[in-house]
Ligand binder design. Structure first.
Ligand code: URP
Ligand code: ZN
Ligand code: ZN
Ligand code: ZN
Length: 471
């Protein structure tokens, strides 16, 4: 049955206008005023915005990490994402511990299949790029439609790649038409600072932040930028948190380097003081890079506004406080790194960005949906509202006020990093490829109905040049 969404205000990265939308099967087939259709389910969206479904380019679901595994899997994680207005995620497929890339990707498919309630793709994380991996890589990327790699410059004891590996990744990505995403922090210096702090008897959560200074992020960001440039390749800096890193990205883009950047809602609204909460509660806010001093928040908002940063990822990576976070009770370096953000990314950004007058509605859509879709080879099927695009739609009440709480969220985790925060705006109904996943704030979707997305290569037009960035 067709669906006719009437009287809403359609918002894309470019326009805001009143229109009806006609959906047939998975696609939007008509946009216009006073549309009619005999055989359609009518949905009245009066007073609501219709946004393209959110595209979250940064999630870690069911991921082994820091000697444990994240608490949200592909079912709880994607359902929570849908409640929050996200209809596509791109998750990081780990390759450590598997003898071939193919096995690693097969393992990730196994985690998602039968569980994902929204559409999804994979980035391929690489810690090693020896001859064997270099040989397998292009074939695997082609076969799987994977067009982004991930390299960590941090986590000395787990994922950290050396500069040779990073440089090889940039070279290989250029050949393959892929984008390299990099976690930019100097892992070796951090490891040294952590060892010293522990030797001095500092075990509390705040030392997570104190041993990962913004300079370690700025330095690694600069190094990644230059390595990418030397390889004539492209760089996407994940989870940018501070002025030091923004400065590097801004300078590189001004020179025409192919560098893009992402930040996350937690860095926009929370600060380092949260790690000082008593009774080990600071552990709830331990992730990397760490929360920064408050003045960095404005720098990040300004960078988004100016197009220096283009996207907002959630960096969803949840661990229960009365569970896995306790692993670090006596040693901050053993607190699993990560937090629950997949559900709140979209609404917090709307409330803090649009409602507070920092961003336009169109900039909001661009950052939470359109730019991630473009950068990761999913546009125009994802990331916009247009005839022929997938009917991934969020019917959004822009006026409702609510308080974020773990009591009402849908993530499989016993705390919210944003507990008690008052925000304005909430998704009422969410469609993924024409099917309701959320209807009137209730989940009516189907775990397993999410589709794996093969993505376009960046040399097939998925990327814009830096100078064409939206402002
Ligand atoms: O602390 C974090 N961010 N955990 C997830 C892994 C990563 O670095 O993105
Ligand atoms: Zn990271
Ligand atoms: Zn330099
Ligand atoms: Zn991450």
């Amino acid at each position: 049955m067709k669906k006719l969404i009437k009287n809403g205000i359609v918002v894309t990265a470019a326009d805001t206008y009143e229109a009806d939308l006609l959906v047939d099967g998975e696609k939007i087939i008509e946009i216009g005023r006073n549309l009619t259709a005999d055989d359609a389910e009518i949905i009245d969206a009066k007073g609501a915005y219709i946004f393209p479904g959110g595209v979250d380019p940064h999630t870690h679901l069911d991921m082994p990490f820091n000697n444990t595994v994240t608490d949200d899997d592909w079912e709880t994680g994607t359902i929570a994402a849908a409640f929050g207005g996200t209809t596509t995620i791109i998750d990081f497929c780990l390759t450590t511990g598997d003898d071939t890339l193919e096995k690693a990707v097969a393992r990730w498919h196994g985690k998602a299949e039968g569980k994902a309630a929204i559409d999804y793709g994979f980035h391929l994380m690489l810690a090693n790029l020896d001859e064997k991996v270099l040989e397998e890589l292009p074939l695997l990327l082609e076969k799987e439609g994977i067009t982004s790699l991930k390299v960590f410059m941090a986590y000395a004891k787990e994922f950290q790649a050396d500069d040779r590996t990073l440089f090889r990744a940039f070279k290989a990505a250029k050949e393959a038409g892929a984008l390299v995403m990099v976690h930019c922090e100097n892992g070796s210096v951090i490891d040294e600072l952590v060892t010293k702090a522990l030797a001095e008897g500092h075990t509390e959560p705040i030392y997570h932040a104190l041993t990962r200074p913004p300079e370690a992020e700025g330095e690694a960001t600069h190094r990644a930028i230059e390595l990418a440039h030397m390889a004539d390749s492209q760089l996407y800096v994940v989870h940018v948190t501070c002025a030091e890193a923004v400065k590097q990205i801004a300078e590189a883009r001004a020179k025409g380097y192919k560098v893009w950047g992402e930040t996350c809602p937690q860095y926009l609204v929370l600060d380092q003081s949260y790690l000082e909460k008593p009774d080990f509660e600071g552990a709830k806010y331990v992730w990397s890079p760490p929360l920064r001093e408050k003045h960095h928040q404005k720098v990040l908002f300004d960078a988004l506004k100016a197009g220096i940063l283009q996207t907002l990822g959630s960096d969803q990576c949840s661990f229960n406080f009365n569970g896995k976070k306790q692993l670090g009770r006596n040693d901050f370096s053993k607190i699993p790194n990560g937090g629950p953000f997949i559900e709140d990314r979209f609404s917090i950004f709307f409330s803090e960005g649009v409602k507070k007058g920092i961003l336009s509605l169109n900039q909001f859509v661009d950052i939470v949906s359109t730019q991630p879709a473009k950068l990761f080879g999913l546009f125009p099927e994802k990331g916009t509202i247009a005839v022929g695009a997938d009917a991934d739609l969020v019917i959004f009440d822009p006026e409702v006020k609510r308080v974020i709480s773990a009591k009402t969220h849908h993530m499989n985790v016993d705390y919210s990093a944003f507990e008690g925060m008052e925000i304005t705006g909430e998704p009422i109904s969410v469609l993924c490829r024409g099917n309701f996943v959320i209807k009137d704030k209730k989940f009516i979707g189907q775990p397993g109905s999410g589709k794996y997305l093969k993505r376009k290569k960046i040399n097939q037009g998925a990327l814009q040049s830096p100078t064409a960035a939206t402002v």
